[in-house]
Structure formats: C-alpha cells, structure tokens
Design a protein around this ligand. Structure first.
Ligand code: F6R
Length: 243
C-alpha cells in the first residue's frame, strides 16, 4: 500500500487528479470507477480544469459509479446520478452513454444489480477506482457488518451513515435508508485503487487501516489490505491518528 500525506484538501485533490490524468493519457479508452460524496469533488474540479485548459480528453473514457440511493430517480437532485452529471460529467467531453451509475428506481432491482457487475466485466473491468471512506470505515455503501456482499446488491445504510449524509438533505427523514452498492468483490477486482480521505472524522478509519494488520468485515476499508495496488492519499487531519 502506498501512502501519500498532503497538507490539505486541495493538495490531496491535485495528487488524486494527477493519478487520474496519467491513467487517461496512457489509456484514452480507460474504464474509471467513480465515487460521490464530498471527498472527490476537488479532484473532479481539477480534472475539469485540466480538460478545459489543458485538453485532457475524456471522449474515449468509460465510467462506473459505486452506488446510488435506493428509489431516487436520476432527476432527483439528491441522487448520485444527478450529482455526477452536475459535478463532473456535464463539464467534460465524456459521452453520456459511457457513464454508468447503478439504477435504483425500478422494479427489477435484483436483476439490475447483477447486470451492473456484468456490464463492468464486459467493459474489461475497472482500471482505476477512486474511493472515499465513511467515518465508520465503509467503502461504497458496504457498511460494517457480520458479512459483506461480494457483488452489487441492495444494502441497508447504518445510522451513522444516514447521519453523516443528512448534511445534503433538508431533513433527516429525507435521507434514504437503503442504497444499491457495488460489493466488495466488485471493488477489489479493479486493477488500481486510489483511496482519498480528508478531515479529522476519517482519522480513526485511516489509522486502523494503516496500523492494524487485520481484515475485518466490521471495517470494510480493511479489505484494501488484500489488494495489490492501493494508493491512500490523505491530508494531515485524516492521517493524524497514525503516528
Ligand atoms: C459514495 C461512496 C461513499 C463515500 C463515503 C465518504 O459514492 O461510495 O462510500 O465515499 O461515504 O463520503 P464523503 O466523501 O462525503 O465523506
């Protein structure tokens, strides 16, 4: 595991954008794994800037997002599809049909979940996956539990995650309690993984990941210890409990 510690959110975002830019320039038809939440926003902004000012070309790129709240239509501004379009896809030259966010507002959900993993497989697999981490150590929406899903599935969100995510909603009761999320197996199949974490509320999860040589379903991010190409980029606050 490679660990990069930077001063603040801006520097972390630039470091992550550098890895993404390198991948896109080396493999113009690459398959990227995208995450939502606050953490990757700075990286997306930097990639948008590089697209507009430096010609970084997304026309051959395919993306797959990690997750989507259950039951939210893509027009709903709290849906992750809406978020991705607004924060990223609408500002670069990616083809809309090359972007994928799990669909979650339809009847045949189980089928859709397994089709999502198939689609990734048929695209050749994710080459570079960006991850954020929940304050409780979740990745995507794989929450701490006795067992974790291997494949894309419908999942229950924990109270902690519902509380963490309520900042984006008008009230707590509007925060969905379930989501569709790529499973641990789906994520670990990515060739390269970049985990970004900033802020004190991530410090505990990051310290456990870096210091404890154990994999536990109660700390889903610890499964990254079993992957051979993980880069953790964090700011000083997120790294503060490591030393
Ligand atoms: C979002 C996702 C989540 C977030 C995590 C951290 O697609 O998969 O695991 O990465 O909840 O969220 P932020 O970045 O808002 O702290």
């Amino acid at each position: 595991m490679k660990i990069i510690v930077r001063k603040n959110y801006e520097e972390v975002s630039i470091e992550a954008a550098n890895i993404f830019e390198r991948e896109i320039r080396e493999n113009p038809n690459t398959v990227l794994g995208m995450a939502t939440g606050s953490t990757p926003i700075g990286m997306s902004k930097e990639l948008i800037r590089r697209h507009k000012e430096e010609g970084l070309d997304f026309s051959g790129v395919l993306t797959f997002n990690l997750d989507e709240y259950l039951g939210l239509h893509e027009d709903n501004e709290n849906s992750y599809r809406y978020f991705m379009d607004n924060e990223f896809f609408n500002h670069i030259n990616i083809l809309k049909e090359n972007t994928h966010v799990p669909k979650s507002d339809i009847d045949v959900l189980d089928e859709t979940c397994s089709q999502y993993d198939d689609m990734i497989f048929k695209a050749g697999g994710v080459r570079l996956q960006v991850l954020g981490v929940g304050s409780n150590g979740h990745i995507a929406f794989n929450e701490p539990a006795e067992r974790l899903n291997a494949y894309t599935s419908i999942v229950d969100l924990t109270e902690e995650t519902i509380k963490d995510n309520s900042r984006f909603f008008d009230s707590m009761d509007q925060v969905p309690k379930k989501a569709v999320s790529m499973g641990m197996g789906s994520i670990l199949k990515s060739e390269k993984i970049v985990l970004i974490a900033t802020g004190k509320n991530k410090a505990q999860a990051i310290a456990k990941l870096i210091k404890d040589p154990y994999i536990s379903t109660h700390l889903p991010v610890s499964f990254l210890l079993a992957h051979r190409d993980v880069t953790i980029i964090c700011d000083k606050d997120a790294y503060s409990l490591v030393e």
